[in-house]
Design a protein around this ligand. Structure first.
Ligand code: AMP
Ligand code: TRP
Length: 329
Protein backbone atom coordinates (compact mmCIF):
# COMPACT_ATOMS: atom_id res chain seq x y z
CA UNK A 1 0.00 0.00 0.00
CA UNK A 2 1.02 3.53 -0.60
CA UNK A 3 -0.35 6.79 0.74
CA UNK A 4 0.16 8.57 -2.57
CA UNK A 5 -2.93 9.88 -4.33
CA UNK A 6 -3.97 7.74 -7.23
CA UNK A 7 -3.98 9.09 -10.79
CA UNK A 8 -5.82 7.70 -13.78
CA UNK A 9 -5.64 9.04 -17.31
CA UNK A 10 -6.31 7.74 -20.80
CA UNK A 11 -5.42 8.40 -24.40
CA UNK A 12 -7.18 7.19 -27.55
CA UNK A 13 -5.24 5.13 -30.13
CA UNK A 14 -7.17 6.77 -32.95
CA UNK A 15 -4.29 8.16 -35.02
CA UNK A 16 -0.76 9.41 -34.62
CA UNK A 17 -0.13 11.00 -31.19
CA UNK A 18 0.67 14.68 -31.56
CA UNK A 19 2.22 17.66 -29.84
CA UNK A 20 -1.12 18.59 -28.23
CA UNK A 21 -1.27 15.18 -26.52
CA UNK A 22 2.29 15.62 -25.35
CA UNK A 23 2.05 19.18 -24.03
CA UNK A 24 -1.51 18.89 -22.69
CA UNK A 25 -1.26 15.45 -21.12
CA UNK A 26 1.64 13.00 -21.52
CA UNK A 27 4.35 15.41 -20.44
CA UNK A 28 2.52 16.13 -17.19
CA UNK A 29 1.88 12.45 -16.52
CA UNK A 30 5.60 11.80 -16.85
CA UNK A 31 6.62 14.76 -14.69
CA UNK A 32 4.31 13.79 -11.80
CA UNK A 33 4.93 10.05 -11.81
CA UNK A 34 6.86 10.08 -8.55
CA UNK A 35 4.27 12.14 -6.75
CA UNK A 36 1.30 9.85 -7.49
CA UNK A 37 0.36 6.21 -7.82
CA UNK A 38 -0.31 6.05 -11.56
CA UNK A 39 -2.59 4.20 -13.97
CA UNK A 40 -2.27 5.12 -17.65
CA UNK A 41 -4.52 3.52 -20.19
CA UNK A 42 -4.59 3.26 -23.98
CA UNK A 43 -8.34 3.43 -24.43
CA UNK A 44 -9.00 1.32 -27.51
CA UNK A 45 -12.71 0.96 -26.73
CA UNK A 46 -13.03 4.74 -26.99
CA UNK A 47 -11.40 4.67 -30.43
CA UNK A 48 -14.23 2.54 -31.87
CA UNK A 49 -17.01 5.07 -31.24
CA UNK A 50 -16.45 6.41 -34.77
CA UNK A 51 -15.83 4.41 -37.98
CA UNK A 52 -12.32 2.87 -38.00
CA UNK A 53 -10.15 0.20 -39.59
CA UNK A 54 -9.41 -2.85 -37.35
CA UNK A 55 -5.88 -3.42 -38.73
CA UNK A 56 -5.02 0.20 -38.19
CA UNK A 57 -6.39 0.12 -34.64
CA UNK A 58 -4.19 -2.88 -33.81
CA UNK A 59 -1.13 -0.99 -35.10
CA UNK A 60 -2.09 2.25 -33.38
CA UNK A 61 -2.46 0.59 -29.98
CA UNK A 62 1.07 -0.82 -30.09
CA UNK A 63 2.50 2.39 -31.48
CA UNK A 64 0.88 4.44 -28.73
CA UNK A 65 2.06 2.17 -25.92
CA UNK A 66 5.61 2.44 -27.30
CA UNK A 67 5.32 6.23 -27.64
CA UNK A 68 4.16 6.54 -24.02
CA UNK A 69 7.14 4.54 -22.79
CA UNK A 70 9.44 6.54 -25.07
CA UNK A 71 8.02 9.78 -23.61
CA UNK A 72 9.06 8.59 -20.15
CA UNK A 73 6.18 6.59 -18.68
CA UNK A 74 8.15 4.26 -16.45
CA UNK A 75 6.47 0.88 -16.05
CA UNK A 76 8.28 0.37 -12.75
CA UNK A 77 6.42 3.33 -11.31
CA UNK A 78 3.24 3.39 -13.38
CA UNK A 79 0.74 0.80 -14.54
CA UNK A 80 0.48 1.12 -18.31
CA UNK A 81 -2.16 -1.00 -20.03
CA UNK A 82 -4.75 -1.35 -22.79
CA UNK A 83 -8.40 -0.83 -21.84
CA UNK A 84 -9.85 -3.88 -23.63
CA UNK A 85 -7.37 -6.17 -21.86
CA UNK A 86 -9.28 -5.50 -18.62
CA UNK A 87 -12.92 -6.46 -19.28
CA UNK A 88 -14.18 -4.80 -16.09
CA UNK A 89 -14.13 -1.45 -17.97
CA UNK A 90 -17.10 -2.43 -20.12
CA UNK A 91 -18.87 -4.20 -17.28
CA UNK A 92 -18.75 -1.09 -15.11
CA UNK A 93 -19.59 1.13 -18.09
CA UNK A 94 -22.92 -0.67 -18.48
CA UNK A 95 -23.75 -0.40 -14.80
CA UNK A 96 -22.94 3.32 -14.86
CA UNK A 97 -24.87 3.85 -18.10
CA UNK A 98 -27.96 2.55 -16.31
CA UNK A 99 -27.38 5.20 -13.65
CA UNK A 100 -26.72 8.16 -15.97
CA UNK A 101 -29.59 10.42 -17.04
CA UNK A 102 -29.79 10.88 -20.83
CA UNK A 103 -29.73 14.66 -20.41
CA UNK A 104 -26.28 14.53 -18.80
CA UNK A 105 -24.88 12.79 -21.88
CA UNK A 106 -26.71 14.94 -24.42
CA UNK A 107 -25.24 18.04 -22.78
CA UNK A 108 -21.63 17.04 -23.51
CA UNK A 109 -20.13 19.51 -25.97
CA UNK A 110 -17.94 16.84 -27.59
CA UNK A 111 -21.06 14.80 -28.41
CA UNK A 112 -22.76 17.87 -29.85
CA UNK A 113 -19.70 18.75 -31.97
CA UNK A 114 -18.99 15.26 -33.24
CA UNK A 115 -22.59 14.34 -33.99
CA UNK A 116 -23.33 17.44 -36.09
CA UNK A 117 -25.16 16.57 -39.29
CA UNK A 118 -25.46 12.86 -38.50
CA UNK A 119 -29.06 12.95 -37.28
CA UNK A 120 -30.40 9.64 -35.99
CA UNK A 121 -27.59 7.65 -37.61
CA UNK A 122 -24.99 8.87 -35.09
CA UNK A 123 -23.40 5.91 -33.24
CA UNK A 124 -24.89 5.30 -29.79
CA UNK A 125 -21.34 4.81 -28.46
CA UNK A 126 -20.54 8.43 -29.25
CA UNK A 127 -23.31 9.44 -26.85
CA UNK A 128 -22.53 6.95 -24.06
CA UNK A 129 -18.74 7.38 -24.37
CA UNK A 130 -18.48 9.56 -21.21
CA UNK A 131 -20.04 6.76 -19.13
CA UNK A 132 -17.26 4.44 -20.33
CA UNK A 133 -14.73 7.16 -19.47
CA UNK A 134 -16.29 7.49 -16.00
CA UNK A 135 -15.96 3.71 -15.62
CA UNK A 136 -12.24 3.93 -16.54
CA UNK A 137 -11.62 6.45 -13.78
CA UNK A 138 -13.91 5.06 -11.06
CA UNK A 139 -12.72 1.48 -11.52
CA UNK A 140 -9.31 2.52 -10.14
CA UNK A 141 -10.76 4.77 -7.42
CA UNK A 142 -8.60 7.56 -8.87
CA UNK A 143 -8.55 10.87 -7.01
CA UNK A 144 -6.75 12.84 -9.72
CA UNK A 145 -7.32 12.89 -13.48
CA UNK A 146 -4.72 14.93 -15.40
CA UNK A 147 -6.09 15.88 -18.84
CA UNK A 148 -6.05 18.61 -21.48
CA UNK A 149 -8.72 21.27 -21.40
CA UNK A 150 -11.08 19.43 -23.80
CA UNK A 151 -11.69 16.61 -21.30
CA UNK A 152 -12.66 18.75 -18.33
CA UNK A 153 -16.39 18.38 -18.95
CA UNK A 154 -16.10 14.58 -19.18
CA UNK A 155 -14.19 14.35 -15.90
CA UNK A 156 -16.80 16.55 -14.24
CA UNK A 157 -19.46 14.17 -15.50
CA UNK A 158 -17.51 11.28 -13.95
CA UNK A 159 -17.65 13.19 -10.65
CA UNK A 160 -21.41 13.60 -10.97
CA UNK A 161 -21.87 9.93 -11.82
CA UNK A 162 -19.73 8.88 -8.83
CA UNK A 163 -21.66 11.19 -6.49
CA UNK A 164 -25.02 9.94 -7.70
CA UNK A 165 -23.92 6.30 -7.43
CA UNK A 166 -22.63 6.82 -3.88
CA UNK A 167 -25.88 8.40 -2.76
CA UNK A 168 -28.04 5.69 -4.37
CA UNK A 169 -26.07 2.60 -3.36
CA UNK A 170 -23.81 3.74 -0.51
CA UNK A 171 -20.20 5.00 -0.55
CA UNK A 172 -18.50 3.02 -3.31
CA UNK A 173 -16.40 5.36 -5.42
CA UNK A 174 -13.76 7.99 -4.81
CA UNK A 175 -15.00 11.23 -6.43
CA UNK A 176 -12.23 12.28 -8.87
CA UNK A 177 -10.82 15.76 -9.56
CA UNK A 178 -9.72 16.94 -13.00
CA UNK A 179 -6.24 18.48 -13.07
CA UNK A 180 -5.56 20.79 -15.99
CA UNK A 181 -2.27 22.61 -16.39
CA UNK A 182 -2.64 26.20 -17.54
CA UNK A 183 -0.06 26.49 -20.30
CA UNK A 184 -0.27 23.89 -23.07
CA UNK A 185 -3.68 22.56 -22.02
CA UNK A 186 -5.10 23.50 -25.41
CA UNK A 187 -2.68 23.37 -28.34
CA UNK A 188 -4.32 24.57 -31.54
CA UNK A 189 -4.00 23.22 -35.09
CA UNK A 190 -1.15 24.79 -37.09
CA UNK A 191 -3.31 25.07 -40.22
CA UNK A 192 -6.25 26.60 -38.33
CA UNK A 193 -5.46 28.08 -34.91
CA UNK A 194 -9.15 28.36 -34.06
CA UNK A 195 -9.45 24.53 -33.84
CA UNK A 196 -7.69 22.39 -31.26
CA UNK A 197 -4.97 20.12 -32.60
CA UNK A 198 -6.62 16.72 -33.01
CA UNK A 199 -5.83 13.24 -34.31
CA UNK A 200 -9.08 13.17 -36.23
CA UNK A 201 -8.57 16.33 -38.29
CA UNK A 202 -7.29 15.64 -41.80
CA UNK A 203 -4.62 17.86 -43.37
CA UNK A 204 -0.91 17.44 -43.72
CA UNK A 205 -0.14 20.69 -41.93
CA UNK A 206 -2.60 20.42 -39.06
CA UNK A 207 -0.76 18.46 -36.33
CA UNK A 208 2.87 17.85 -35.43
CA UNK A 209 3.26 14.10 -34.85
CA UNK A 210 5.51 12.99 -32.00
CA UNK A 211 7.28 10.72 -34.48
CA UNK A 212 7.61 13.32 -37.28
CA UNK A 213 11.12 13.77 -38.65
CA UNK A 214 12.88 17.09 -37.95
CA UNK A 215 12.51 18.21 -41.58
CA UNK A 216 8.77 17.56 -41.49
CA UNK A 217 8.43 19.42 -38.18
CA UNK A 218 10.27 22.45 -39.59
CA UNK A 219 8.09 22.42 -42.67
CA UNK A 220 4.85 22.21 -40.68
CA UNK A 221 5.86 25.18 -38.54
CA UNK A 222 6.98 27.15 -41.58
CA UNK A 223 3.44 26.74 -42.99
CA UNK A 224 1.67 27.59 -39.71
CA UNK A 225 -1.18 30.04 -40.21
CA UNK A 226 -0.67 33.38 -38.44
CA UNK A 227 -2.01 36.82 -39.42
CA UNK A 228 -1.00 39.90 -41.36
CA UNK A 229 0.33 41.84 -38.38
CA UNK A 230 4.00 42.30 -37.56
CA UNK A 231 4.54 42.20 -33.83
CA UNK A 232 5.11 38.93 -32.03
CA UNK A 233 2.92 39.15 -28.94
CA UNK A 234 0.56 36.98 -26.90
CA UNK A 235 -2.91 38.22 -27.87
CA UNK A 236 -6.20 36.34 -27.57
CA UNK A 237 -7.39 38.01 -30.75
CA UNK A 238 -4.43 36.58 -32.66
CA UNK A 239 -4.72 32.82 -32.10
CA UNK A 240 -2.01 31.79 -34.59
CA UNK A 241 0.91 33.67 -33.07
CA UNK A 242 -0.38 33.02 -29.55
CA UNK A 243 -0.43 29.27 -30.22
CA UNK A 244 3.17 29.34 -31.50
CA UNK A 245 4.36 31.39 -28.54
CA UNK A 246 2.54 29.07 -26.13
CA UNK A 247 4.24 25.97 -27.55
CA UNK A 248 7.56 27.79 -27.23
CA UNK A 249 6.75 28.79 -23.67
CA UNK A 250 6.06 25.21 -22.53
CA UNK A 251 9.20 23.81 -24.12
CA UNK A 252 11.64 26.65 -23.40
CA UNK A 253 10.32 27.48 -19.93
CA UNK A 254 10.59 31.21 -20.73
CA UNK A 255 7.98 33.63 -19.36
CA UNK A 256 5.60 35.51 -21.64
CA UNK A 257 7.57 38.72 -21.13
CA UNK A 258 10.91 37.05 -21.88
CA UNK A 259 9.49 35.53 -25.03
CA UNK A 260 7.97 38.75 -26.31
CA UNK A 261 11.25 40.55 -25.61
CA UNK A 262 13.18 37.84 -27.46
CA UNK A 263 11.22 38.45 -30.67
CA UNK A 264 11.09 42.26 -30.67
CA UNK A 265 12.04 43.44 -34.17
CA UNK A 266 11.92 39.90 -35.55
CA UNK A 267 9.39 38.37 -37.91
CA UNK A 268 7.13 35.31 -38.00
CA UNK A 269 9.77 33.51 -40.07
CA UNK A 270 12.26 33.77 -37.20
CA UNK A 271 9.74 32.53 -34.64
CA UNK A 272 8.69 29.59 -36.81
CA UNK A 273 12.26 28.57 -37.51
CA UNK A 274 13.31 28.72 -33.88
CA UNK A 275 10.18 26.89 -32.76
CA UNK A 276 10.60 24.13 -35.36
CA UNK A 277 14.13 23.53 -34.08
CA UNK A 278 13.02 23.61 -30.44
CA UNK A 279 10.24 21.06 -31.03
CA UNK A 280 12.49 18.78 -33.10
CA UNK A 281 15.09 18.91 -30.34
CA UNK A 282 12.52 18.06 -27.64
CA UNK A 283 11.20 15.11 -29.65
CA UNK A 284 14.59 13.69 -30.70
CA UNK A 285 15.24 11.64 -27.52
CA UNK A 286 11.65 10.35 -27.59
CA UNK A 287 12.06 9.21 -31.18
CA UNK A 288 15.38 7.58 -30.35
CA UNK A 289 13.85 5.58 -27.48
CA UNK A 290 10.86 4.70 -29.65
CA UNK A 291 13.16 3.21 -32.29
CA UNK A 292 15.03 1.15 -29.67
CA UNK A 293 11.85 -0.06 -28.07
CA UNK A 294 10.12 -1.17 -31.25
CA UNK A 295 13.23 -3.03 -32.38
CA UNK A 296 12.14 -6.03 -30.32
CA UNK A 297 8.34 -6.62 -30.37
CA UNK A 298 8.58 -8.88 -27.34
CA UNK A 299 9.50 -5.97 -25.09
CA UNK A 300 6.14 -4.40 -25.81
CA UNK A 301 4.31 -7.71 -25.40
CA UNK A 302 5.77 -8.08 -21.92
CA UNK A 303 4.79 -4.53 -20.96
CA UNK A 304 1.21 -5.16 -22.08
CA UNK A 305 0.81 -8.43 -20.22
CA UNK A 306 2.28 -7.04 -16.99
CA UNK A 307 0.18 -3.85 -17.21
CA UNK A 308 -3.09 -5.75 -17.69
CA UNK A 309 -2.29 -8.04 -14.76
CA UNK A 310 -1.60 -5.16 -12.39
CA UNK A 311 -4.66 -3.19 -13.52
CA UNK A 312 -6.91 -6.26 -13.20
CA UNK A 313 -6.15 -6.62 -9.50
CA UNK A 314 -7.55 -3.18 -8.67
CA UNK A 315 -10.37 -3.37 -11.24
CA UNK A 316 -11.47 -6.75 -9.84
CA UNK A 317 -11.63 -5.41 -6.29
CA UNK A 318 -13.72 -2.41 -7.26
CA UNK A 319 -16.11 -4.52 -9.34
CA UNK A 320 -16.70 -6.90 -6.46
CA UNK A 321 -17.84 -3.95 -4.32
CA UNK A 322 -19.95 -2.49 -7.09
CA UNK A 323 -21.75 -5.77 -7.79
CA UNK A 324 -22.49 -6.10 -4.08
CA UNK A 325 -23.71 -2.49 -3.79
CA UNK A 326 -26.04 -2.90 -6.77
CA UNK A 327 -27.50 -6.21 -5.67
CA UNK A 328 -25.86 -8.20 -8.42
CA UNK A 329 -24.27 -10.58 -5.92
P1 AMP B 1 -7.02 12.06 -27.06
O1 AMP B 1 -6.03 12.14 -28.16
O2 AMP B 1 -8.30 12.78 -27.40
O3 AMP B 1 -7.23 10.70 -26.53
O4 AMP B 1 -6.42 12.89 -25.83
C1 AMP B 1 -5.47 12.39 -24.91
C2 AMP B 1 -5.07 13.47 -23.95
O5 AMP B 1 -4.45 14.56 -24.66
C3 AMP B 1 -6.27 14.10 -23.20
O6 AMP B 1 -5.86 14.41 -21.88
C4 AMP B 1 -6.54 15.35 -23.97
O7 AMP B 1 -7.16 16.36 -23.18
C5 AMP B 1 -5.14 15.77 -24.39
N1 AMP B 1 -5.19 16.56 -25.63
C6 AMP B 1 -5.69 16.14 -26.83
N2 AMP B 1 -5.59 17.13 -27.75
C7 AMP B 1 -5.01 18.18 -27.12
C8 AMP B 1 -4.64 19.50 -27.55
N3 AMP B 1 -4.83 19.93 -28.80
N4 AMP B 1 -4.06 20.32 -26.63
C9 AMP B 1 -3.85 19.90 -25.36
N5 AMP B 1 -4.19 18.68 -24.90
C10 AMP B 1 -4.75 17.82 -25.76
N1 TRP C 1 -11.85 10.71 -23.56
C1 TRP C 1 -10.45 10.97 -23.44
C2 TRP C 1 -9.95 11.72 -24.69
O1 TRP C 1 -10.58 11.71 -25.70
C3 TRP C 1 -9.65 9.71 -23.27
C4 TRP C 1 -10.03 9.01 -22.02
C5 TRP C 1 -10.78 7.86 -21.92
C6 TRP C 1 -9.70 9.40 -20.68
N2 TRP C 1 -10.92 7.49 -20.63
C7 TRP C 1 -10.28 8.39 -19.84
C8 TRP C 1 -9.00 10.46 -20.13
C9 TRP C 1 -10.19 8.48 -18.46
C10 TRP C 1 -8.90 10.53 -18.73
C11 TRP C 1 -9.48 9.56 -17.92
O2 TRP C 1 -8.93 12.30 -24.61
Amino acid sequence: MTDKLRVFSGIKPSGDPHLGNYLGAIRNWVADQERYENFFCVVDQHAITVPYDPEELRRNVRQLVAVLVACGIDTERSVLFVQSHVPEHTELAWLLTCNTPLGWLQRMTQFKDKSVGQGESVGTGLLTYPALMAADILLYQAAVVPVGDDQKQHVELARDIAGRFNSLYGETFVVPEPVIRGVGARVMGLDDPTRKMSKSVAGQFHAVGLLDEPKVIQKKFSRAVTDSQQEILFDDNRPGVTNLLTIHQVLSGLTKEELEARFVGKGYGDLKKELGALVAEALAPIQQRYAELTDDPQVLDRILVAGAEQASVVAGQTMERVRQSMGLR
